[in-house]
Design a protein around this ligand. Sequence first.
Ligand code: PBG
Length: 323
Amino acid sequence: MDLVQRPRRNRKSETIRSYHRETWLAPQHLIYPLFIHDKKDDEAIGSMPGCSRLSADGLAKEIEASLAVGVKSFVLFPATPEDVKTSLGEESYNPDGLVQRTLRALKTRWPDITLVTDVALDPYSSDGHDGIVDEDGTILNDETVEVLCRQAVSQARAGADIIAPSDMMDGRVGAIRETLDGAGFTEVSILSYTAKYASAFYGPFRDALDSAPKHGDKKTYQMDPANAREGLRELFLDEEEGADMVMVKPAGPYLDVIALLSDETTLPVAAYQVSGEYAMLKAACQNGWLSEEQVVLESLMAIRRAGADVILTYYARQAAAWL
Ligand code: PBG
């Protein structure tokens, strides 16, 4: 053929391919979500092979192994015994709650790690919702935000570096910022779950924490998977309210939303490769249908290419080791 342009010339060796590689992925781009519980032993999570609800010892081992491969940021998700859950989720701001105790212990042992905490009531709610539920099933916005502010301050007091509200209540970022500042925590960051969708991909996470809604669904607060522009609206509000970083969640099925938000904001953008994305990859790999290292790194690279600065992923430690 008489071709002037032969794009393949730019792909003919690894050296040449690396000249014009646009996206890179390194351990510094990964945040590791971990499940914790108040028991002596780790407990495997059926729908998330390779992940467990960790005891204090199990958590320490996991963190040590992660630091060794360059993962330095962790999110803590607590499994709360059913008898501690209430309709108002008071355990969320218990100064001696599992998350608060764990934050203090980790910061004492590793002062330099970065600890992210989730703000929402679902792990503590007897209704399994992120907010307070009215008698008629309505999720109460403003009443919930008050509790979230208490939760955020108690986490900051215990040593959280980044507070990550995942509840999707209106006005919570501004209220949390004001409350943190009022309590003297001006240095604590807010990573807002900005475009968080009402997704079926959270199923395994809810198994892990036994936190599925007891009735109804989360569609009156989490976003409709059909919408992208609504994510911009949430972005602009979060920016006005003082978010330091914004998040899109899930990640893989929402790459367009990651691209949209990262084009529109000067803030760092995070994306959450959620439990269902992990479970899909894991299941196919365990069956020998996909090659785990390649497919996981490709999925993470694609999320970075779409515009995410940082990725929350249950593959963080393993991916960092592969890198
Ligand atoms: C709690 C929360 C959820 C996830 C992170 N924080 C569950 C939900 O909103 O129902 C899901 C994470 C995952 O699936 O990995 N608000």
